[in-house]
Design a protein around this ligand. Structure first.
Ligand SMILES: Nc1ncnc2c1ncn2[C@@H]1O[C@H](COP(=O)(O)OP(=O)(O)OP(=O)(O)O)[C@@H](O)[C@H]1O
Length: 227
């Protein structure tokens, strides 16, 4: 499967089919699970990310991740966004201010928080927290953003804001999103991959997978016969 640069790819399929597991292979998050085993290759910028000698911290900087439940750190809004750049060695206050502002703007959150950057991130609404988590990923300048059901804990208005944000972000970033919501996959993605029982069944342009699926199992899932 070739994940296209600066496009949104949606991973769909019934519960337990392996969407999240597949997503987590893309930045080696499964390495953190004891006893996990990976075969095959994931090629990013011409190099297999599972090759010996790959710096996993650098890889995860390049391939950022946003989780199902917003998980801001228990610190200020500013410090949440500055966290990654600081870890990567940026100490200059002016530079950090710039990164924080730029990332919050890109995550469509700046106007809502610019007057309370020193307040705790935990005081934000769920939708704002999720956009903060996106800003935190953007602050380390990734190439790829992985999103694991980023809207499943959010209300419809916050969901709409995140979807608009995803569409804006694909100008600069390659996005892979796991979603349970077929309408969401239809609205935000350019490409869709359908998984079933741990296998990739079909992958293609979203409209084709939705309206003209090649595989009978995809058709059955899309038309609601199971899942
Ligand atoms: N290729 C695979 N090889 C071995 N185990 C797998 C594979 N894919 C998934 N699994 C296992 O199947 C279970 C469900 O996988 P996963 O959570 O990725 O599914 P999901 O499609 O994201 O489900 P949900 O939509 O409910 O979040 C996990 O325990 C995972 O370890």
């Amino acid at each position: 499967m070739t994940i296209k640069d600066k496009k949104v790819t949606a991973l769909i399929g019934p519960s337990g089919c392996g969407k999240s597991t597949f997503l987590r292979t893309l930045n080696r998050m499964n390495d953190l699970i004891e006893g996990s085993r990976v075969s095959g290759k994931i090629i990013l910028d011409g190099r297999n990310i599972y090759e010996p000698g790959v710096d996993v911290v650098e890889l995860r900087k390049k391939v950022g991740m946003v989780f199902q439940k917003p998980n801001p750190f228990p610190m200020s809004i500013y410090d949440n966004v500055a966290y990654g750049p600081r870890i990567h060695g940026i100490k200059d206050k002016t530079k950090l201010d710039e990164i924080v502002e730029k990332s919050l703007k890109a995550a469509a959150l700046w106007d809502e928080v610019k007057d309370r950057l020193k307040s705790s991130a935990l005081g934000l609404s769920g939708g704002q927290q999720q956009r903060l988590c996106i800003a935190r990923v953007l602050a380390v300048e990734p190439d790829v953003i992985l999103m694991d059901e980023p809207c499943s804990a959010l209300d419809p208005i916050s969901t709409m804001k995140i979807e608009e944000l995803i569409i804006d972000l694909k100008e600069k970033y390659t996005i892979v999103i796991v979603t349970h919501n077929m309408q969401q996959a239809g609205r935000v993605s350019d490409f869709t991959a359908f998984f079933l029982n741990g296998e990739l069944v079909e992958y293609g342009i979203t409209e084709e997978v939705f309206y003209n699926p090649k595989n009978k199992k995809t058709e059955d899932y899309i038309t609601g016969r199971f899942g």
